[in-house]
Design a protein around this ligand. Structure first.
Ligand SMILES: N[C@@H](CCC(=O)N[C@@H](CS)C(=O)NCC(=O)O)C(=O)O
Length: 240
């Protein structure tokens, strides 16, 4: 059994997809981000970074105590290695899959995350930040289009690199990027989205993205702001 400590965002969706693909037994523990439900000492013992998602594997690879794993790239790699699936076996193909996974983790995810922050959440103004991250978000999608014009999937075959990337591309419209301008990417979005496991994760009663996370311009209460970006968030790093 795997516990999935979850919020229905692009990062959460990566792991919901992988667990569905693997057909593993898992239970979802949902957290409200706006409510700051992840900013607790109890959750910090699972993820010292107080970010979602994280898993606890009660039957870990190699045996022993239940194993908590955080950071979506690490979770995907852990589950792929444990199951022997969705990560190519040969060193050459495996390197390609990992390179695109790390590209998502270090590039597309954080840069799109900042674009979402500046375009959807930040107070009015902020033109430098808005332009900087909107440009970078677009540039990274051009990189993705370049790759997907060469191959049906990021690693040639469907892998954890696609699972990491697909949910973020799905959020591009929220930062005013129309992906129909990228034909190879639009086909890949459909191809990945047609997989039964992906559809099950997207529509799952515990894993579907709720409408409040899809608002183009989110207006937060002072308390929600503090939980998401302010004092409460900062204070979580002092929790013991
Ligand atoms: N690099 C991390 C990012 C995790 C992350 O930023 N999660 C967001 C939700 S998508 C979160 O927990 N935000 C709440 C916060 O920053 O307090 C990963 O891939 O796991």
């Amino acid at each position: 059994m795997i516990d999935l400590h979850y919020v229905a965002t692009a990062n959460g969706m990566k792991i919901a997809i992988m667990l569905q693909e693997l057909g593993l037994d898992y239970r979802v523990i949902n957290y409200g981000l706006f409510e700051g439900e992840h900013l607790t000492a109890a959750f910090k013992r699972i993820n010292p970074n107080n970010k979602l998602p994280a898993i606890i594997d009660h039957d870990p690879a190699g045996g022993g105590d239940p194993l908590p794993v955080f950071e979506t790239g690490a979770i995907l790699l852990y589950l792929a290695e444990k199951s022997g699936r969705f990560l190519p076996a040969g060193p050459r193909d495996r390197a390609v899959a990992q390179q695109w996974l790390f590209w998502q983790m270090a590039g597309l995810g954080p840069m799109h995350g900042q674009a979402h922050h500046f375009l959807r959440y930040a107070p009015d103004g902020q033109d430098y930040g808005k332009t900087r991250y909107a440009n970078e978000a677009l540039r990274l999608l051009k990189v993705l289009e370049y790759r997907l014009a060469q191959a049906d999937y990021l690693a040639g075959e469907y892998s954890i690199a696609d699972m990491a990337t697909w949910p973020w591309v799905g959020g591009a419209a929220l930062i005013d990027i129309d992906i129909t301008q990228f034909p190879a990417m639009a086909d890949w979005v459909e191809r990945v989205g047609a997989r039964p496991a992906v559809q099950a994760a997207v529509a799952g009663k515990d894993t579907a993205v709720p409408p409040e996370y899809l608002q183009k311009h989110a207006v937060l209460t002072p308390e929600q702001w503090s939980n998401m970006f302010g004092e409460k968030l900062l204070a979580a790093s002092d929790l013991r």
